[in-house]
Design a protein around this ligand. Structure first.
Ligand code: TRP
Ligand code: ZN
Length: 466
């Protein structure tokens, strides 16, 4: 039998194909297989990869902002989650010059957004291993015709660089396991020509003066999804104020607008207090926005440092991106057809802050007005959206209505308890709509499955609970 197995294996090997019927018994290491090139996301099947889990990224990059050139290394500390003969990272564009694993040169191949890496010897399940990718080039942001409002990833406008990656743009500027299901911590070491300033996620740990250049070392110590990783390079002034409970509030503003923007964002510390009391302590060490000197038409909740266009410098938008730090960033959707888990929560919490400011029944009144509009315009349901509707009214407004309906149904006390339980349970991780429903059932002590499914998936909105 054994002889036969070896013989069959040899024939298959010579024929250039791999056996498809279970692992051959020749050598133990041959049980190692390649990780898959995608995690099976329902909308973006090639985002992320299987077979390993990244723990930490160190991005050591020198950036020529004027010429938009990036050169450096990405060092990934990962754990193999299976015996691993090869695995993929996601990287779109850029030139890869070398890859090592545990300091040994590794084979690599590229195809579209897939960078396939083959270590000299297979990795054991559970092994912690370090991959270093040396690369360079001009990043090209991702233009997705279905999400036409933004080019995802690394953008350069007149020498000012900003990174807005949701959902897939992270792979335009570093090799990454590009799906929210693999969160990791980050160190950014970004070297630029003077007098450029670099802001990134987390805490500024060091500035190293190299004469004509300067290295900025930023540390993101809590797990982060790749679409939330950001770097801004340009002419910015850091405005720092102590916030509540030791949370530092630091904004990066264009120098000419510092006074007006300091006023526009003056409430940020109070907002942190408000959401901390409503939900739980702010999940990270610092918070602020980085304001672009040109209009963008959007803001993005990049972890600890939201990217803003000046036309978004409004109370409601500031509250929205801050609320995302709890819901979206600390607790993150586990698949891209569930953006309502990010946007519905941020939209609802944004209105809770505004109601706190304005008083009265601002929130309930506004929600009922939206209910009328959503009914008249036959807005589709927030659950199971498609690529073109990832960031549509269905997700924001009908998404917020899922929460308001739940609150009307179970009452304020249970609703706040639900919000805190859900947050505590999924903080630093990812969450699905099923998890959301299970938590609501558990906290309320009621079976709300049909009720919530109707709000999330039915074409027409259910009647407002009495
Ligand atoms: N999440 C953003 C918000 O609602 C919207 C958004 C989605 C976005 N994808 C983006 C913004 C890409 C900028 C770039 O707050
Ligand atoms: Zn949002």
């Amino acid at each position: 039998m054994r002889k036969l197995a070896v013989w069959v294996g040899l024939v298959l090997l010579l024929a250039g194909c791999r056996p498809i019927v279970g692992p051959p018994s020749v050598a133990p290491s041959s049980a190692a297989t390649a990780g898959l090139p995608g995690v099976g996301d329902p909308i973006f099947p090639l985002l992320g990869n299987t077979g390993y889990d990244v723990q930490h990224y160190t991005l050591d990059l020198t950036v020529d902002a004027a010429r938009n050139l990036l050169k450096g290394t990405a060092t990934l500390r990962s754990e193999a989650t299976q015996p691993l003969a090869a695995f993929n990272l996601d990287l779109l564009g850029m030139n890869v010059s070398a890859v090592t694993i545990a300091d040994a040169p590794a084979l690599f191949a590229r195809s579209g957004q897939e960078l396939t890496i083959t270590p000299t010897a297979p990795l054991d399940a559970g092994a912690i291993f370090t991959t270093v990718v040396a690369y360079d080039g001009t990043p090209t942001p991702l233009a997705d015709p279905e999400l036409a409002f933004i080019k995802q990833g690394w953008n350069n406008r007149d020498g000012t660089i900003f990174v807005v990656s949701e959902p897939g743009g992270a792979m335009t500027w570093y090799p990454v396991n590009n799906h929210p299901t693999d969160k990791a911590t980050y160190t950014f070491r970004i070297t630029v020509d003077e007098p450029n300033v670099v802001a990134a996620n987390g805490v500024l740990r060091a500035e190293i003066d190299l004469g004509a250049q300067r290295t900025y070392v930023w540390e993101m110590a809590q797990p982060m999804a790749s679409y939330l990783a950001t770097v801004a390079i340009g002419d910015f002034v850091r405005i720092e104020t102590p916030g509540p409970d030791g949370v530092v509030i630091r904004h990066y503003f264009p120098p000419e607008d510092v006074d007006a923007l300091t006023r526009a964002f003056a409430n940020t510390g109070e907002m942190v207090t408000f959401y901390s009391e409503l939900v739980d302590d702010y999940p990270f060490d610092e918070y602020g926005v980085v304001m672009m000197p040109f209009s963008l038409g959007f803001a993005l909740e990049t972890q600890t440092l939201s990217v803003f266009g000046p036309e978004m410098a409004m109370e409601g938008v500031n509250a929205h991106e801050l609320a995302h730090q709890w819901f979206g960033d600390a607790v993150t959707l586990d698949a891209w057809d569930e953006t309502w888990l990010n946007e519905g929560f941020a939209t609802y919490l944004q209105r809770l802050w505004l109601e706190n400011e304005l008083g009265g029944d601002f929130l309930d009144k506004g929600m009922r007005q939206y209910y009328e509009n959503l009914t008249v315009f036959k807005t589709p349901p927030p659950g199971a959206v498609e690529e073109a509707t990832l960031f549509s009214e269905a997700v924001y407004e009908r998404g917020a209505w899922v929460l308001h309906a739940l609150r009307l149904k179970i009452g304020d006390d249970l609703f706040w308890q639900f919000l805190r339980t859900y947050y505590a349970r999924f903080k630093d991780g990812v969450v699905s709509t099923e998890d959301f429903i299970a938590t609501a059932n558990e906290v309320s002590g009621d079976d709300l499955t049909d009720f919530l499914n109707a709000w999330i998936y039915d074409e027409t909105m259910p009647p407002i609970p009495e």
